[in-house]
Design a protein around this ligand. Structure first.
Ligand SMILES: C[S@@+](CC[C@H](N)C(=O)[O-])C[C@H]1O[C@@H](n2cnc3c(N)ncnc32)[C@H](O)[C@@H]1O
Length: 348
């Protein structure tokens, strides 16, 4: 049984969550995690590879074939060619398969991503011709095999995309697209950071399209999950998403106002939520008022912890502390072009 290396990509800020999930589900050994870069390299037994699909914290997974160094000069495109040629990429192609090269380039080089794609494509064709005796077909739109070539400063890596062109967090259940939807990978990370365990009652009282609720139901088999939003349209959307994720019957849906949380629910173990950002609500003072009343209401029902993601983190943290909550964790993550914080707190 061989060991292989995987490049797992994720949302910048939750690399440790990816490493932890890969260790737990794939018995993966961490090779490298660059914090803030959204990229984790792990080593796993080949016979565990099929379990990659179960990782909820990743965007993409790639099978690493070769790594090497390249210089910035144009002549160093030859090094990219050699790296791809010697990577063993031909083992993943058949005479019937088509392929495409996808390039990620960062840093300053005398060549472009298109130049890299061209030489890497030539090297893939040459590798298959030399060692397997066929010429693979290029199909940039619907390739059966995607060869990823990353050139970051002086480092180069060749890998095979597992799971095709679509980012895994976009798959599956997003039938209803909430205008301010959270990425499922971040929702999963928040659930993990909240310290929730299977069996805990988990609630998102401002659940929008239900991302947190769906991730909670997919993560924990026996946890009751409640998804509430004041907007009935979003609750209908959340029900559609949950049904598409096959967890519709596991989630209780409520139309209700989080600033009156205690009138809907007596107690809940963990609240995990992505409250509205002031940007969309028009006024920061309005959103702060919602936060204040919500925090006081949460104090009446939350037994274990609350985890929120907000770009108003300074304000939210001070608010929690002034109301007697103990902040037990805080971190910065990337979400679109914003850098909100995830804050986890326990009632005082
Ligand atoms: C940022 S969105 C949540 C998006 C959600 N995490 C998702 O992935 O779809 C915030 C949600 O809070 C809801 N909301 C705002 N004020 C609320 C309140 N007082 N009570 C309940 N829901 C509220 C909005 O309707 C909106 O759907």
């Amino acid at each position: 049984m061989g060991r292989v290396e995987l490049i797992l990509t994720t949302n910048p800020g939750i690399e440790d969550i990816v490493a932890g999930e890969a260790a737990a589900k794939l018995a993966a050994e961490l090779v490298e995690a660059r914090e803030g870069h959204g990229r984790v390299v792990v080593r796993v037994d080949e016979d565990k590879l099929y379990l990659v699909e179960e990782l909820r914290s990743i965007h993409r997974a790639r099978l690493l074939l070769a790594r090497g160094s390249v210089c910035a000069a144009r002549s160093c495109l030859d090094e990219v060619y050699r790296l791809v040629l010697e990577s063993g990429v031909e083992d993943y192609l058949t005479p019937d398969s088509s392929f495409a090269v996808r390039v990620t380039r960062a840093g300053s080089h005398e060549y472009t991503s298109l130049d890299i794609a061209r030489v890497a494509g030539d090297a893939v064709i040459e590798a298959a011709r030399r060692r397997r005796g066929f010429r693979p077909r290029v199909d940039l739109d619907y390739p059966s095999v995607i060869v990823a070539v990353d050139v970051v400063n002086e480092e180069a890596a060749v890998s095979i995309e597992l799971g095709g062109d679509l980012s895994w967090h976009r798959r599956g259940y997003r039938i209803y697209d909430h205008p301010a939807a959270l990425k499922p990978t971040l929702a999963y990370a928040m659930i993990m950071l909240s310290g929730a365990v299977d069996g805990d009652h988990i609630m998102d009282p401002m659940c929008g399209g239900g991302t947190v609720a769906v991730e909670a139901a997919l993560t924990f088999e026996s946890s009751p999950v409640t998804c509430m939003d004041k907007n009935p349209r979003h609750i209908r959307g959340a029900m559609m998403n949950a049904a598409a994720a096959l967890v519709g019957s596991r989630i209780r849906f409520l139309v209700g106002d989080a600033t009156r949380l205690s009138s809907y629910i007596d107690s809940v173990d963990v609240v995990v939520s992505n409250p509205p950002y002031g940007i969309r609500m028009g006024s920061p003072s309005k959103v702060r008022r919602v936060y204040e009343v919500f925090v006081d209401e949460a104090a009446r029902v939350v037994r274990k912890r609350i985890a929120v993601i907000t770009p108003e983190y300074g304000y939210f943290r001070r608010l929690l502390e002034s109301r007697g909550w103990k902040v037990v964790h805080e971190r910065r993550v990337a979400h679109g072009n914003l850098y909100p914080h995830i804050i986890v707190a326990e009632p005082g």
